[in-house]
Write a protein that binds this ligand. Sequence first.
Ligand code: NAD
Length: 289
Amino acid sequence: MKIGFIGLGNMGAPMAANLAQAGHEVVGFDTVAAPQGLTMAGSAAKAATGADVVITMLPNGTILRAVADEIIPAMAQGATLLDCSTVDVDSARAVADKAQAAGLHAVDAPVSGGIGGASAGTLTFMAGGSDEAFTTVKPLFDIMGQKAVHCGPSGNGQAAKICNNMILGVTMIGTCEAFALADKLGLDRQKMFDVVSTSSGYSWTMNAYCPAPGVGPESPADNDYKPGFAADLMLKDLRLSQQAAEASDADTPMGARATELYAEFVEHEDGAGRDFSAMLPRFVSRRRS
Ligand code: NAD
């Protein structure tokens, strides 16, 4: 396939490299990044011209909408616009509507698995779009990832991502505050892990990404809380969840509180640029309020 790839940052660059390595003809564009070994175009429209599939991996919905306005007129009829960024559901649906009105197919397919998964080709894709569009891009998901779930029509991929990451933010906070309480009660962290990881309090944040250094499998906590998954990105996703909850009149009090705590952490407590599990030292350093 001829693939245009727009947005070659931490995630996009390794995803594009995996597609090129699998034999696809990839032409990239980024306003800043210029990864080595990838053919680059001078503009997003040029990268999109003549492509069977154009993949976008961009920071947010506003940028996605602007890039889509530029590339949709340049894309060939019947080609597919595949957005893998994490954006708000409204932007995903608006971009898909515009693409379809121009005779294109559209899939929103945000990912889980982080930079490690992007490099290793083990991402999970959660996709929204028609059956036909999903079938067209499925072979690309198989190269860049290990699993792709078709979640329904346009926007449903973003809906799945936002709900997943709201659970992630809430459970990370729950795990961290429980460790902080265990400390105060004199309970050894390793004992806490041994019990909880095989009891009803277990979760991905405890069992696979334990926020306590030296406990459980290796995680960013063992690397001075270098991300990993930065607290800033967790905050972005939690804010998307609250925007979606507001728009759909859903009651999400735990998601709302997690958003407030990550906002305080990132914006007022030096959490920016730290892994999202650095909530543990944050809780340990505080008193009951
Ligand atoms: P990043 O900031 O490293 O990369 C984004 C890239 O987009 C940058 O290189 C930037 O120069 C480029 N860009 C910005 N505006 C552009 C434009 N108008 N035209 C072309 N290129 C433009 O971010 P990332 O970590 O690669 O994340 C990308 C997306 O993936 C985000 O939506 C993020 O939420 C999501 N995501 C990230 C992770 C992660 O662990 N990093 C995990 C899952 C999902």
